[in-house]
Design a protein around this ligand. Sequence first.
Ligand code: SDX
Length: 427
Amino acid sequence: MTTAKLEFADKTHEYKVRSGTIGPDVIDISSLYATTGAFTYDPGFTSTASCESGITFIDGDNGILLHRGYPIDQLAEHGDFLEVCYLLLYGELPTKAQKDDFDYRITRHTMVHEQMSKFFSGFRRDAHPMAVMCGVVGALSAFYHDSTDISDPHQRMIASMRLIAKMPTIAAMAYKYHVGQPFVYPKNDLGYAANFLHMCFAVPCEEYKINPVLARAMERIFILHADHEQNASTSTVRLAGSSGANPFACIAAGIASLWGPAHGGANEAALNMLSDIGTVEHIPEFIARAKDKNDPFRLMGFGHRVYKNYDPRAKIMQKTAHEVLGELGIKDDPMLDVAMELEKIALTDEYFIEKKLYPNVDFYSGITLKALGFPTSMFTVLFAVARTVGWVAQWKEMIEDPQQKIGRPRQLYTGATERDYVPIAKR
Ligand code: SDX
């Protein structure tokens, strides 16, 4: 066991250094305040490991993403989404029998309580679907009191299955409500992604035919968004769960955090940006704005806190974009032309090279989702559907960690020192 020494206030303090299986070591500073009377200071947690986890590993410098040790490109190529869900939840790839049982159990939780459909009528039709998701998913805890006792492993697993199974149904209902069409119930003979496409795009007037290429692309998009270490929304779910809040409320908190344009909202923002750029000729103007310190504009879909190399998911997403556009016979999508040219220019621009800004998972997803028929406002909803398994797996890992305690960070206080109340007549 190695240690790290800190010279502070004329004293030398030593802290344990721990190594993981791969990745950076950590300096265990949990006793630092007790031994020095000082806090560490790390806004944005750029140098802070908030927990120990065995679920997902990312190496930002080498563009590596592993789920329980399996590389994302292999999972996206060979697996389906529920297989990745099983892997994230249980830690191993399922046998055929385990996979069939898991698929069966998830499929039979896809319906929501019929009363839930009444929630939607309280929203305006043009409400942002993410606002609807925050509300309706949070309300799930009002229906499933039999799976909110987080100390019961059986209830934890039931709640996990319910969340993974019901998110596509609720997301599809949010979409149908938004476009003014009737809700479509899940069908037990369809796979996860095909069922979702069916619930979104089937109408009572005719048979909806599943396009296997598009369903496969949807499965892959879900896989690419399933989990991603301790990102903002996952950290939100962990912090909410650390107080003992029920899993439905914690996932609703994760949805709220994911909505931000710096996080999951970037896929919607990236497509809106490509639309604002419009044509290849306008790219230099936007690149200049992204580099201008006085302009808050950023290239949406570019940059990442961890990936200082290409986001491995972006490569697979780009390939999926071409597959979907090809299958749909969309030859010259101006947005794809702008995206490809923007990527080419940005990757050779000194500013982006120096700041190590590469396309991330959100850069190409918008083009693909638009081609699949989703409105831009639904893009982050789809991200939330996929990320639910990651949030649930991380929440479960935290609850089952014997060291688990409520998360309660401190601060550097720079406000007023103590002073007496002044009556209003004397102010
Ligand atoms: C996701 O954490 C995860 O894992 C998230 C995610 C997941 O799967 O959960 O991967 C999903 O959220 C992907 C990221 C999607 N967000 C965007 O595409 C929005 C645009 N990107 C930026 O907002 C930014 O890159 C972040 C938020 C993603 C990362 O920001 P950081 O790590 O806090 O980096 P930073 O803001 O400190 O930027 C470093 C420098 C800054 O310049 P200086 O102050 O050093 O001069 O790079 C610049 C920034 O101005 N910069 C950009 C830029 N991103 C960073 N400049 C122009 N365009 C950009 N996109």
